[in-house]
Design a protein. Structure first.
Length: 362
């Protein structure tokens, strides 16, 4: 009887233990598995061997139309970039296309600027970047054939393909064999082998390490607050070292002393709202990439918001005028660089931004 009771107790304990171990860990009930459609939406990269490249085609002529409508405002009609970004074409020759190495990248050749086609080794890199990141104000909005067309136009500007060329998934590998810097890549073993020699050297420190750090870089005064307060844009956990760009820069020279102590931010404060009730204007400016081209009081690509107000102050229809210009875009008011239209903005949001500018942007 005792033996039977002992066996029953042992069996009960075993069942209880198995039940405990079978229970999910607390984190195992968080989230869910991604659906095939969700994975497909993210799995859009294109490898140098063209795995992942979708079927499609686009001519140089079609690409030029897309380029002039959506790309030229930042990159220029001929890839010269309007003094905004690094030029896309230039610095390569027919000899470079033949041998696959760009002469102007070799030591002793002091070419003034490295263009995209001087550096890019794989045409798939260009296709992938245009597809996922362009145009700047509406990434991923180009259709597949438009990506092929835009890239075909760029390749024609670089004299890699003729003007009547149509780029497609079927002939892009042939175009790769004409990339001017296709043989310019270098395999750096330490980046791929854990046991290899590192590409940097430093002194290991496990105790009694120096606690002070030196500032090695800083934002120039004119750009400190161009994209909002950098401190608020750091992750909310861990040590945060972003500068508070709403305050004046340090008076001490860069590198002359220790950096300010790291600050831990519990949570990023909410963006400032306009003086009147309505949409969060600062959030609108950020989410629609307005601050990529306009500072509050300083010029970046386009004029600062205070400069816009100063130019048009006194207009009876100031808010309506600004709201229309924000939505429709235009050029010539502040120079040759055009402002692309912002059709994605709701009328109420455009009016809120216009009201904020008219009231004196801060």
């Amino acid at each position: 009887m005792v033996a039977a009771m002992r066996s029953l107790v042992m069996l009960s304990l075993a069942l209880l233990a198995s039940t405990v171990f079978a229970q999910d860990k607390p984190w195992q009930s968080i989230g869910r598995e991604a659906t095939p459609a969700e994975i497909k939406a993210w799995d859009i990269d294109v490898r140098p061997d063209f795995k992942g490249l979708p079927k499609g085609a686009g001519s140089v002529a079609m690409g030029q139309q897309v380029w002039e409508a959506q790309c030229a405002s930042c990159h220029g009609v001929f890839g010269e970039s309007n003094e905004v970004f690094t030029p896309i074409v230039g610095g390569t020759t027919a000899a470079d296309i033949a041998r696959g190495r760009v002469k102007n990248l070799e030591p002793g050749n002091n070419y003034p600027q490295r263009t995209t086609f001087m550096k890019a080794a794989t045409v798939s890199t260009l296709w992938d970047y245009i597809n996922r990141a362009m145009p700047w104000n509406a990434p991923k909005s180009l259709k597949t054939d438009e990506v092929y067309g835009v890239l075909a136009y760029m390749l024609n500007l670089a004299e890699i393909v003729p003007a009547d060329f149509t780029l497609s998934d079927r002939n892009i590998a042939e175009v790769q064999q004409r990339m001017p810097n296709r043989n310019g890549m270098v395999f750096h073993e330490p980046l791929w082998k854990v046991s290899g020699k590192g590409d940097v050297s430093n002194t290991a420190c496990m105790k009694d390490c120096p606690t002070e750090a030196k500032v090695r870089s800083s934002l120039p005064d004119f750009a400190r607050d161009a994209h909002g307060n950098v401190l608020e844009q750091n992750r909310v956990v861990g040590p945060v070292r972003g500068a508070d760009t709403t305050k004046p820069p340090r008076s001490a020279p860069v590198g002359s002393g220790p950096a300010p102590a790291p600050v831990v931010v519990a949570a990023a404060p909410a963006a400032t709202k306009a003086a009147t009730d309505g949409p969060d204007v600062k959030a609108l400016l950020t989410s629609n990439s307005c601050t990529a081209c306009h500072g509050v009081s300083n010029r970046i690509v386009g004029p600062g918001f205070t400069e816009i107000l100063a130019k048009h102050k006194g207009r009876a229809d100031l808010e309506a005028y600004l709201a229309t210009k924000i939505k429709a875009g235009g050029s010539g008011v502040f120079g040759a660089v055009p402002m692309p239209p912002q059709p994605q903005l709701k009328d109420a949001d455009a009016q809120a931004i216009a009201r904020w500018i008219a009231a004196g942007p801060k």
